[in-house]
Design a protein around this ligand. Sequence first.
Ligand code: GCW
Length: 674
Amino acid sequence: VVAPAARAEDGYDLWLRYKPVEASVRAAYAARAAAIAPTRDTPTMKVARAELERGLTGLVGKPASAAAGSRDGVILLKADSADTALGDEGYRIRTLTVNGRTTTVIAANRDVGVLYGVFRYLSLIQTRQSVDKLDIASAPKVKLRMLNHWDNLNRTVERGYAGQSIFDWWRLPGHVDPRLVDYARANASIGINGAVLNNVNAKADSLTAPYIAKAAAVADTLRPYGIKVYLSARWSAPIEIGGLKSADPLDPAVAAFWKAKADELYKAIPDFGGFLVKANSEGQPGPQDYGRTHVDGANMLADAVGPHGGVVIWRAFVYSHQQPDDRAKQGYSEFKPFDGQFRDNVVIQVKNGAIDFQPREPFHPLFGAMPKSNLGMEFQITKEYLGFSTHLVYLGPLYEETLKSDTMAEGKGSTVAKVVDGQLDGRKLTVMAGVANIGSDRNWSGSQFDQANWYVFGRLAWDPEASSRAIAEDWTRMTFGNDPRLVKPVVAMMMGSREAAVDYMTPLGLHHQMGRDGHYGPGPWVSGGPRADWTSVYYAKAGPDGVGFDRTPTGSNATAQYAPAVGACFADLKCVDEKNLLWFHHLPWDYRLKSGDTLWDGMVRRYSAGVAYVDGMNRTWATLAPYVDARRHAEVADYLKIQRDEAQWWRDASIAWFQTFSKRPLPPGEKPPA
Ligand code: GCW
């Protein structure tokens, strides 16, 4: 334990650390960024300018104020371009000559684009790129880039591992924690433009007048940063807070309740984003309680917010224990038949995989299957199934793997990314949502490295085709520093970390093997309880004959929910990628893997490889002490030790459990479980 030095680095600044650049390059940067031209001041222009000033002051020295063309090195912020390529939120940064003077122009059609451009410009200096001859244009490919907070009104956070909710409902609206401004800055810096403030397992209270006033105060704080506020709506609110007997979407009184509620919301929050809804899933109420459909429910709400420009984001994470079918099939079965029936302002939000944010899942079969509907992506940033906030697992490769998956829906190249950004079917209302990992901890995310997951989510929402490695490098440079002796090993650690977690938790396509309820640590033996599809044994199907869930035509036939070429490949042992093997197939313990190992031996080796990777991260991190400030270094080192022990725990427990079925010895060189 290191006693915190005064003003020690604690991670609060996230990737927006504006520490002075090295003396050797300072003059060169300062020459380009010597002054900022006066701007026309909208609230957003004000914060853009303030951020630029703050960043430059930290990085290269306080900028002067000077008109463009009056001297070299002036930065001009312009929100009056008419550049169709940039859209509402894009920006262009160029080095131009004004009156013979070198000038950097950060231009956009709207002020929020300027703000994004400012963050981009600062990041160039933060990552030590040249700002001498700039010509950069960038516009987001996805329209709504949102965080979904699963935050409860009592400030607990469902699946949150970073302290309490940052939304302090007790003190709002009278007091707005200034921390919300830093939250807004961080989000704007990566292009996030929406936040759902409350848990999808919603309480109707959040829609009462006092809470609307609180949400309005949050909205006022986030607005200059281009971030809209949304709320999760509880389906049964008309009964709970509206005094009605029913929440039937076809009951005119129910529709009138929601219309009045929408009017009330928009009066308080004129740019309110809309509703997020979890209906008829895991015990939440929904239109099916009245014999109605998801379409009836979503469209009724859509009609309430539509006149105000609002959207309804309806989650496809729907499954029921009364439905005996493979849970992996239920989302598709529920929604696919409704393609084309939702209103234009409805988005169906689909988790990346068909079960639930597992360390690895094949892409959800709904992607590509609903071309006539708006289909959004829901990733989980908080690491419910990936070791909470103590395990170092960089999620960039997980997101990228899903986004690059080819649905083949409209032939080769129909990637999930192209579904999500609307390219494939020409859709305009597009969504990428991330379940936030943010809380009241000083470092926001519970661990230093989990900040990278927030960061990469935002960057990929801006451009779903970006490279998670390049993003990891930017993050590392901005968060820790630019010394190549630091950057290279840290990026390497990050890039392999997700695969390592898959290996020590659920190798070769295994899934849902964690402890019951808490979802922490191994629990492959979990069985019984209220429902089979909440147990590990249901998913692993381990027995003397082998292991794995048969989702081919001889089993649940979930493979038939994919485009024929994709489904056929998943179902074919010669084609399926071994990383998804046991997701789709039930195989004997002596099945031969590509390596030549038997399935049993190969599984054991993968568990061990995961542990070995974490060992490696511990060793690498120890060598990086000279390049990282002491407090953050020590915290990461402590967490890596926890992760090391827990990777071993996962390996040992899993091997011990599965060996009771395989009844085979461990392969040579493998240590028996402790
Ligand atoms: O993964 C499960 C979580 C629940 C969550 C649910 C959902 C908000 O364990 O905590 O509830 O998914 O996504 O709705």
